[in-house]
Design a protein around this ligand. Structure first.
Ligand code: ADP
Ligand code: MG
Length: 693
């Protein structure tokens, strides 16, 4: 249960004074739904309103606070003209300018003849001083309220700055004193403030330096977040590990049959990875291993051989993919690789219902299926294996830690192999997986040709279409990728449909379309028509991003490449260059292209090394955005910026490890404080696995 002291922070933002049903959605959009989200919503600048010159000395272009006499109102003559209020002090004049003004409100706020404190940005217009929409208008006795250093928060359209300032202030007031969870030595050495002081200080900065990501208060909160992350991962790992495993050792019979039928030899990297997996599986400890390899490195066959060993040992295995397309493709691959060796395969996706599903589940429970492939439908209740020994999770970054726990619950002591093609830089890897054991496929199968990647403006679309036409005439198969941005999925899908129609008109009927909203069977049909060569060009959204393997495809066009994350583009591009023929990738961008965006596309043009691309991307974009998609499953940090706080991550990992060695159930006083930290960062699910303390 969440500690009571945190209740006020997990109240909805509407619990704050002045935040009603109209403003709440805007605050939610920019910060989040709960009071605690406002605490994490830090100012990125500040406005110093303490400068109070006389008008004679007041410099245009600066924020000033003025004490003025209200002389005269001039209501707007038309809706397009501003409402003006003429003011003065003993040394000069100033006009206050209001667009779309409410006359009643202005008459009350600025009564003629009265004195008012007015704060805002001073402008010069036709040689005269003016201020448009002052930030504060107050009676003289409340001057102190205006003459402050005011935090400036990130906003969203329609959300007035003052509302956020006030809401954040009220949120900070609700922040309780919390027990210190940081290790005392580190806390002293870094001279960090306590949690509450850090939060209060960051929302009430005295100078620019306090806003810096390396200010002590900011570092402290970043560390808190990283510690919560590392501790949560450590706990998950401990749960998965401590359940003793079973030794799994095959006799090599099925594996040999599979290897004999392969049209190629394993690379050295594949053999090394397989040896590491075998060694893990053979121990009575539970395997928790990440198989990391760049796109096209050949992870699938390694997984198949590992699963074969489990089946040889009399157990079952499962392979879970993030999308249905991919699950089906794995089935096709395994039908080619494993079925000849006599392995019995099954496929379970969300699409399977009723009798067929039940029949499959019955066979699974009876042990008549050796390897079950599927999507996250594998997590569902009622999916029971007779004896699951090994679970392989493909493209892991799409699945969260909780799902990993769910899957673990399906077998008593199953070994887990997690495959990822996403080139995750080391720092991010730590945040996503903790310290799992890692096997790396750092060598591509022989014979791959480099992909010729070009960056072109969308304005050259006609040329591109011409080029594609010629390539198809020469026998090429082409992916045409349209972007899909979450916010406007409908219009994006419409754009993909539109492009499909246009290309069909230009190129004839051998053009297909696949996107995420299509029925599963329609998706399959499009994919298999493309794989079989019945169509030449496949217009697609990012549903083809991961895993799709059509070695004959050699051309890829990506529209609005600037809208994608680099790692995502790398994944997409990894769909070509899989065979031994030269491939070409055209990255089309919408002009104008920012310098940063151009730099990013150029990284991709110049490199095919996923790790290098990811590291460069991290430098240019920051970790949160790295994958370009929110559903990436990689943790998004709100306070920590790995480009800046990377060293803190290592400290957090080491500390989490020490804590879990000495106090694995978080029972000590510090352990209790750390539980509060986990709740504060919403790792509730993980705390629930602990003995109550
Ligand atoms: P990924 O690591 O991206 O999942 P796949 O497992 O889909 O890669 O393999 C990519 C392609 O490389 C497939 O067509 C596969 O048959 C082929 N492949 C895998 N291993 C080898 C190898 N050792 N030699 C040649 N081709 C291989
Ligand atoms: Mg794959």
């Amino acid at each position: 249960m969440r500690p009571e002291c945190l209740y006020p922070l997990f109240a909805p933002v509407t619990a704050l004074p002045g935040v009603g049903p109209r403003l709440a959605p805007l605050i939610e959009r920019v910060a989040g739904a709960h009071v605690v989200d406002l605490l994490w919503h830090l100012p990125h600048a500040l406005v110093d309103r303490r400068f109070c010159p006389m008008l004679r000395d007041a410099p245009p272009g600066r924020v000033v606070t003025l004490r003025l006499q209200v002389d005269r109102h001039e209501p707007s003559a038309s809706s397009r003209r501003p409402y003006r209020v003429f003011c003065s002090d003993d040394t000069g004049r100033l006009t206050l300018v209001f667009f779309h003004a409410k006359p009643d409100w202005l008459a009350k706020a600025l009564p003629v003849g009265a004195e008012r404190i007015v704060s805002g940005n001073l402008e010069q217009f036709n040689g005269e001083l003016q201020m448009t929409h002052p930030d504060h208008i107050l009676p003289p006795e409340r001057a102190a309220e205006a003459m402050t250093i005011e935090p400036v928060y990130p906003l969203t359209a329609g959300l007035p700055p003052k509302v956020v300032v006030k809401a954040a202030k009220n949120a900070v007031e609700r922040a309780p004193q919390l027990p210190e969870w940081i290790e005392p030595g580190l806390f002293r050495q870094r001279r960090w403030p306590g949690w509450r002081d850090a939060v209060a200080g960051l929302h009430n900065p005295a100078d620019e330096a306090e806003l810096s990501p390396t200010s002590p208060a900011r570092e402290r909160l970043a560390y808190d977040e990283l510690l919560a992350n590392q501790l949560a991962l450590g706990l998950v790992r401990a749960r998965l590990r401590h359940a003793a495993g079973r030794p799994i050792q095959g006799d090599g019979r099925l594996r040999r049959a599979i290897l004999d039928a392969l049209p190629y030899r394993l690379t050295g990297a594949q053999q090394r990875a397989l040896a590491e997996i075998d060694a893990d599986m053979a121990t009575p400890l539970r395997m928790l291993r990440l198989l990391q390899g760049d796109v096209g490195a050949g992870k699938t066959v390694v997984a198949v051989l590992a699963m074969a060993a489990a089946v040889e040992a009399g157990m079952q295995a499962t392979l879970m993919a993030p999308t249905e397309i991919l699950a089906r493709q794995h089935l096709a691959t395994l039908e080619g690789l494993a079925a000849p060796a006599g392995l019995r395969l099954g496929l379970l996706t969300g699409r399977d219902k009723g009798k067929a599903r039940q029949g499959l589940l019955d066979r699974l429970a009876a042990g008549e299926i050796d390897i079950l492939l599927g999507t996250h439908a594998l997590f569902q209740e009622g999916v029971a294996f007779r004896d699951l020994g090994l679970a392989v999770i493909d493209e892991q970054h799409r699945f969260g830690v909780h799902q990993r726990l769910d899957l673990a619950a399906k077998g008593q002591a199953i070994d887990m192999l997690v495959m990822t093609a996403t080139p995750i830089p080391r720092t991010l890897m730590l945040t996503a997986y903790g310290d799992m054991d890692v096997s790396r496929l750092d060598e591509k199968p022989p014979g791959r040709q480099p992909i010729d990647t070009r960056v072109l403006p969308l304005a050259r679309l006609d040329e591109v279409v011409g080029g594609v036409q010629r390539a198809i005439a020469g026998g090429a198969r082409v992916y045409w990728v349209c972007p899909l941005v979450e916010e406007s999925e409908k219009t994006d899908l419409a754009a993909a449909g539109e492009r499909h129609r246009e290309l069909e008109e230009l190129l004839g009927p051998r053009v297909g379309l696949v996107h995420g909203r299509m029925k599963g069977s329609a998706k399959d049909a499009a994919m298999s028509a493309f794989a079989a060569g019945d169509i030449d060009l496949l217009v697609a959204t990012t549903v083809i991003e991961v895993g799709v393997d059509v070695p004959a495809a050699t051309v890829m066009v990506i529209e609005h490449a600037e809208r994608f994350g680099l790692a995502q583009l790398h994944q997409l591009r990894g769909r070509i260059g899989r065979g031994d023929r030269p491939s070409r990738c055209l990255l089309l961008y919408g002009a104008p292209l920012s310098e940063n965006a151009r730099a990013r596309l150029n990284i991709l043009r110049d490199s095919e090394d996923g790790f290098r691309i990811a590291e460069e991307d991290l430098k240019l974009r920051g970790a949160g955005e790295l994958l370009g998609t929110r559903q990436s499953g990689l943790p998004e940090f709100r306070l920590a910026d790995l480009a800046v706080h990377g060293d803190l991550l290592v400290i957090a990992r080491d500390d989490a490890r020490l804590v879990l060695e000495s106090d694995p159930e978080l029972q000590t006083a510090r352990g209790q404080a750390l539980r509060t930290l986990l709740y504060l960062f919403e790792r509730d699910a993980v705390v629930k696995t602990l003995r109550s303390g």
